[in-house]
Design a protein around this ligand. Structure first.
Ligand SMILES: NC(=O)c1ccc[n+]([C@@H]2O[C@H](COP(=O)([O-])OP(=O)(O)OC[C@H]3O[C@@H](n4cnc5c(N)ncnc54)[C@H](O)[C@@H]3O)[C@@H](O)[C@H]2O)c1
Length: 343
C-alpha cells in the first residue's frame, strides 16, 4: 500500500536533499522558475538544518534519505550534497524510480560518473545535472551573438574568476570543500565548472589542457589558484583563470571572447558588452543581470522535462566534460605537459 500523500495532478513533488548553502539559493529559484513544482520533503543528516528548511518550505523533514524514499512523499529529488556522496545518493534515488536533479559535479571521477549515468538509464527517469551556467542569461546572450556572427571568427576566449571563500561555503567546523578526498579537487573542479561550461557552449568540446595550480589558501587541500589553457577540438585556445581570496578585488571581465571583427565581454555583475565596428567603444546587449539569474531556468527546464517530456537544454552526460577538463588540468600539473581531456 502506498503511503504517498495525494498531490495535485500536473505538479511535481520534489524533495530537497542536503539543506546546506546551495539549498538557500535553490528554494527561491524553484519558486521563481518552476511554478508547478512543490517542495514536499527536505532531507539532511543534520536535523536542525532539515527542520529549519522544512519550516520555510512547508515540507516534511527527514534525517535519512532511505526513510524519505520509503515515504512516497515525492517523485523527484534535488541532490545538494558534498561531492563524494553524489554517487551513492543518486544511484539510490534512481533505484527508487525518482527523477533526479544532481548538483555539479556529476561525481569526482569519470568511472563514478558512468555508474551514475548507467543507473539513470536503467531507471528511465529524468536526470539533470545542475550546471546552472547553462541557463545564465548573459552566457546565452553571448552564445546568440556568436551564432549571429557578431564578432566574426572566434580567435580566443578568456574565462576568469576571483571569488572570496564565503563562510557559507567554506566555513563551519569541518568544511568538506577543504578536504581533497571529499571535494575531489579545488576550484577548477568546483567553481571552475561554471566557467568551463560557458566556454564549451561557445567553443565546442575541450580537447586538451595545460596549466598550473597553486594553494595560496593553505587550509584548502585542493587548489585555490588556477592558470590553465584549454585547447578546443576546433583548434581555438582559451584561458581559464581562477583565484579564491578575500576582497578587495580589481574589476575584471568574467569572460572575454575575441573574434576577428570584434569582442564580447561579460562584466560583473552581469552585463554583456559588444565591441564591433559599429560600437568600437562597446555597447551593452540585453538586460543587466548576474550569476544569480542562472538558477530559475535550471528548475524550469527540470520541471518541463518531468511534466511535459521536453528535452533538457543539456543532457547529464554533458557534465562529464567539466569534470574531465579539471582532471586533465590536474594531470598536466603533475606531468608539465598538455594532457588530453578524453581517453
Ligand atoms: N551551482 C552552484 O552555483 C553551486 C554553489 C554551491 C554549491 N554547489 C553544489 O551543491 C552541492 C552542495 O554544496 P553546499 O555548498 O550546499 O554544501 P553544504 O555543506 O553547505 O551542504 C550540504 C548538506 O548536506 C548534508 N548532508 C551531508 N551528508 C548527507 C547525507 N548523507 N544525507 C543527507 N544530507 C547530508 C549536510 O549536513 C549539509 O547540510 C555540491 O555539489 C556543490 O558543488 C553548487
Amino acid at each position: 500500500m502506498s503511503t504517498a500523500p495525494a498531490r495535485p495532478s500536473g505538479t511535481l513533488a520534489l524533495a530537497l536533499v542536503g539543506c546546506g548553502a546551495i539549498s538557500r539559493v535553490h528554494v527561491p529559484a524553484i519558486r521563481a522558475g518552476a511554478p508547478r513544482t512543490r517542495i514536499t520533503a527536505v532531507v539532511d543528516v543534520d536535523p536542525a538544518r532539515a527542520d529549519a528548511l522544512a519550516a520555510d518550505c512547508g515540507a516534511r523533514a527527514f534525517a535519512d534519505l532511505g526513510e524519505a524514499l520509503a515515504s512516497g512523499a515525492f517523485d523527484a529529488v534535488d541532490l545538494m550534497l558534498p561531492h563524494h556522496l553524489h554517487e551513492e545518493a543518486s544511484v539510490r534515488c534512481f533505484e527508487a524510480g525518482k527523477h533526479v536533479l544532481l548538483e555539479k559535479p556529476l561525481a569526482n571521477d569519470p568511472a563514478a560518473c558512468e555508474r551514475i549515468l548507467e543507473a539513470a538509464r536503467r531507471a528511465g527517469t529524468v536526470f539533470q545535472v545542475a550546471e546552472n551556467s547553462q541557463y545564465w542569461p548573459e552566457v546565452l546572450t553571448a552564445r546568440d551573438l556568436l551564432a549571429a556572427g557578431a564578432i566574426g571568427e572566434v580567435l580566443t576566449a578568456r574565462a576568469a574568476f576571483v571569488v572570496p571563500p564565503m563562510p557559507e561555503f567554506y566555513g563551519g567546523p569541518a568544511p568538506w570543500r577543504l578536504d581533497l578526498a571529499a571535494a575531489g579537487g579545488g576550484i577548477a573542479l568546483d567553481t571552475g565548472s561554471h566557467w568551463i561550461r560557458p566556454l564549451r557552449m561557445w567553443l565546442g568540446e575541450v580537447d586538451a589542457v595545460v596549466g598550473a595550480t597553486g594553494r595560496p589558501w593553505e587550509a584548502m587541500q585542493g587548489e585555490s589558484l588556477v592558470r590553465a589553457l584549454l585547447r578546443f577540438r576546433s583548434g581555438v585556445v582559451a584561458s581559464l583563470d581562477g583565484l579564491l581570496k578575500s576582497p578587495p578585488f580589481a574589476p575584471e571581465p568574467m569572460f572575454r571572447i575575441s573574434g576577428r571583427s570584434g569582442e564580447i565581454s561579460i562584466e560583473r555583475p552581469g552585463r554583456v558588452v559588444l565591441f564591433d565596428a559599429e560600437s568600437p567603444g562597446g555597447r551593452q546587449v540585453g538586460e543587466e543581470g548576474g550569476y544569480g539569474r542562472s538558477y530559475p531556468g535550471q528548475f524550469a527546464d527540470f520541471e518541463a522535462a518531468v511534466l511535459d517530456g521536453r528535452p533538457l537544454a543539456a543532457g547529464p552526460e554533458s557534465a562529464v566534460g567539466e569534470l574531465r577538463t579539471a582532471l586533465a588540468l590536474y594531470r598536466s600539473v603533475a606531468s608539465g605537459r598538455w594532457e588530453p581531456v578524453w581517453d
